[in-house]
Design a protein around this ligand. Sequence first.
Ligand code: SF4
Length: 497
Amino acid sequence: MGLSKSKYCRGVQCPKMLWMQKNKPECYDDSVVDQARVQTGNEVGDLAMGYFGDYVEVPYDRENYAGMVEQTQQLLARGVPTICEATFAYRGNLCMVDILRVRADGVDIIEVKSASEYKPEYLDDMAYQCWVLEHCGLTVETVSLMHLNKKYVRSGELDLQELFVLDDRTEEVRAMQDSVSRGIETLQRILADPDEPNRRIGEQCFKPHECGFRSWCWRDVPAPCVFDIRKIGPAKLDPLFDRGIVSFEDARAHSEQFTSQQLMQIYSYLDDLPPHIDKESIRDFLSQLRLPLYFLDFETFGPAIPPFDGVKPYQQIPSQYSLHIVHDPDREPEHREFLATEGTDPRRAVAERLCADIAPGACTVAYHAAFEKTVLRGLAKAFPDLAIKLTDIADNMYDLEDPFRNGWYYDKAMGGSSSIKVVLPALFPDDPELDYTRLDGIHDGTGAMEAFARLCEYPPAERAAIRAQLLAYCRLDTLAMVRIWQKLREVTARTDG
Ligand code: SF4
């Protein structure tokens, strides 16, 4: 088994990952692969090929890499100046260069990423390519990263020179060549070894990418473990594991390592505690909310390549919203909703309808309100004539996540999370009306985002069904907020003790 760019990078993250891929592929959980991201990567990669003008692409053939290498050599011999997917192999180490620029005295390697900024892990990828090409006898002049320009604002036809940023990383790549040699040697040795490498689990299981072999390597780790503790990210795992702190019992024995909110999670679980409710703090929070209350939730999509004028790469474009309005706490709320027409820039229609639906100065509530506020401010910037109204909505917005994020209400079923998808079933475990899993088709924000972004690709009959699913999903988000607000009122209305 030889190496490739992606295998080398996986091996750098964790050499055992490569060994597992070869020897226990059946243990791989492919749900860690974000298919939407892969598709975005392909779309951006295709677009980037035209950055330098005319080019020749070496067609991908997974059955015949030798043929791709051969074709690349022919293109080099013909003096083709820009070759995409230029393929090289040195002693079984294969590499395809996204864009190869051929100059009189050497070549430039350009690695294309769909991200909107540089990330350190890209260097491994580029360093490996440089190593293979130089060992194939080419003189590598420069190695650059090409990524999306987050400042680019589309105006008319896409301007590839502005859409992409070319980031020269030659110096860092050069400095890594010895370590690439050692890395390739080590990985080849591990691949040739029939015995499973002894590699401790830790941060590398998540960074820079989540590993699909966790079900195997983590099989002896108790559930829940310290990784499930609130705000324990991958970076904090190694120091905890080094001290033998793995289970919640271990965590209790080292309580000095954790914050009070983390300890609340640990003790609630271990001692099966009833919900922790800080009534005073919750009352203070609720006292700020003035009727009528507008519970608002946006669904957005954020394509890598801006589809409309005035939009940047990955800008979140609102496509729909749901609004539950509570006029009287003893009566059911009024519901309003809006879903834009697919294939058009939905922002103006969303902004206008929203301004008509929400009374000036009204108290609005969102869950994880920072997102809704960002969307509102983006709309205000795009439409100056509506800016006062839209900014007013953002300025009068409260965040229903606060009581949960701050630990004023904690139930062990929340498992340290304050996400609405976790809080809702914790507060209403048996309520079918509030069960996202019972929804038809779309069960989460990512699903909604992808559904709207690809709506145009469906035949009209299917589109109508998907639009109904989108409306039902978004409606549940705001209904959930109303029920959570009612629950908070209920538990704080009860007499203490
Ligand atoms: S789960 Fe962790 S230790 Fe196992 S192969 Fe993946 S990264 Fe390596």
